[in-house]
Design a protein around this ligand. Structure first.
Ligand code: ATP
Ligand code: MG
Length: 430
């Protein structure tokens, strides 16, 4: 027997019962982005590998372990994008979008990371993200946070989301901090595991991620480690203070988490994460972002301040499904077209097209493949139709149609030319 081919582990199919939910959520998210004046940018899924190595940093989890890298037929090294910012910056530089211009952009699409698949963690997942170029003040950082807070309100999940915030300062401050941290970690090397010891030289800040580590001696040790906040330069400190004030004014609550550094190298100053607790397991990040004022220059553009965030849609959907069932009522149609008789199906098809021309908002489904009227009506019910349109040979010959209100059971035979106004009345269309 031939073995069925299955999808790749960690890469999901999204079936109709789910896609309708995705579409609704994406619509809401896009509406909010548009209302803040952000425009969509669509980028390739594959980029040259060095783009991510340069942008994200060689010694990060993402680049070291998680990227899907393959050789193109001509030998070039290509990578399935693990995130959206690098490609967005590449495109903005390539198309000259940053010369004396401000850009407020958003993107949505699949990202790829070779991770161990589990709930909320997949190998192909989707992010919606925003990037703002050309503004260095904390107002934009605040705007992005307000925008995401508006998302949570629109989706009815504000109470499940909490904001963590930190400033990781400038490159110079971080270099000084790095020296102090390396010094501290080296002195306590014997308490650290092998992976952490390796990180002391390569990426010492990542050792702090081991704060999640269960070992109490490591925990205690890392709590005594130097804190980045103490190494902030004055400008970064003021920037952060101003951001906090703006958030206070806008009544956004947050926790300053001095250990929040984020996994990618390009960040500076503000970093933030929206965390959810409970339904997704303890402490899951749904959305994360921050400033990356050095990245444009690092990728060959003119120095341009920038700030952005990305949200994982699968994690958002898991949360929504757990807490807000309203959004996931299955898609229903307004009307279901039932037919029987010789050559009636083609007449049904044409009538449906005319109705769609006249009423673009009408959700109308046609019954195909015949079946008794009883069967066809039960299909109409299954699809949640409020109205059935019935066509038989007699109706086709007389250019008529029967319109049945499925809520009251009342039905009426009408000239086909009168159906539109009757449907408007029955369905309450404007
Ligand atoms: P984590 O710490 O959970 O691995 P991350 O710091 O790697 O997350 P980012 O690179 O900041 O994640 O990506 C932003 C968002 O994208 C995350 O908050 C999450 O919602 C989502 N995300 C990241 N990796 C995955 C994945 N493998 N599967 C599903 N969603 C993901
Ligand atoms: Mg990760």
């Amino acid at each position: 027997m031939v073995k069925n081919i299955q999808a790749i582990r960690g890469m999901n199919d999204y079936l109709p019962a789910e896609t309708i939910f995705w579409q609704r959520v994406e619509e809401m998210l896009k509406e909010v982005l548009t209302s803040y004046g952000y425009s969509e940018i669509r980028l390739p899924i594959v980029e040259q590998t060095p783009l991510f190595q340069r942008a994200i940093g060689d010694i990060t989890n993402v680049v070291e372990k998680e990227m899907y890298i393959f050789a193109d037929r001509n030998g070039d090294s290509l990578t399935l994008r693990p995130e959206g910012t690098a490609g967005c910056v590449r495109a903005c530089i390539e198309h000259g979008l940053l010369y004396n211009q401000e850009q407020r952009l958003w993107y949505l699409g699949p990202m790829f990371r070779y991770e161990r698949p589990q709930k909320g963690r997949y190998r192909q997942f989707h992010q919606i993200g925003a990037e703002v170029f050309g503004q260095q003040g904390p107002e934009v950082d605040a705007e992005l946070i307000l925008l995401t807070a508006r998302w949570w309100r629109a989706l009815g999940i504000s109470k499940y989301m909490s904001l963590e915030l930190n400033s990781i300062g400038s490159m110079t401050g971080r270099t000084r901090y790095r020296e102090a941290l390396v010094d501290f970690l080296t002195r306590h090397e014997s308490s650290l595991d092998k992976a952490c010891r390796y990180r002391i030289q390569t990426n010492p800040m990542r050792v702090l991620d081991s704060l999640d580590c269960k070992d109490p001696t490591v925990q205690a040790l890392l709590h005594d480690a130097p804190v980045l906040t103490d190494y902030l330069d004055d400008d970064s400190r003021n920037h952060f203070t101003n951001l906090c004030e703006l958030l206070d004014l806008a009544r956004i609550s947050y926790t300053v988490n001095p250990y929040l550094v984020r996994g990618l190298d390009y960040y500076n100053r503000t970093v933030f994460e929206w965390i959810t607790t409970g339904s997704l397991g303890s402490h899951t990040t749904v959305c994360g972002g921050g400033r990356y004022d050095g990245l444009v220059e690092q990728l060959g553009g003119r120095p341009t301040p920038a700030v952005g965030f990305a949200m994982g849609l699968e994690r958002l959907m898991l949360l929504l499904q757990a807490v807000n069932m309203d959004l996931i009522a299955p898609l229903s149609v307004d009307a279901y077209l039932v037919s029987s008789g010789n050559n009636v199906t083609s007449a049904a098809l044409l009538l449906a097209e005319k109705l769609r021309d006249a009423l673009p908002a009408l959700r109308l489904m046609i019954n195909y493949g015949g079946g008794s009227f009883k069967k066809q009506f039960s299909r109409a019910d299954k699809h949640g139709a409020r109205v059935a349109l019935v066509l038989g040979e007699l109706e086709v010959a007389a250019q008529q149609v029967i319109v049945k209100d499925l809520t009251t059971g009342n039905q009426k035979k009408l000239a086909q030319s009168k159906v539109v106004s009757h449907l408007i009345l029955l369905l309450g269309f404007k």
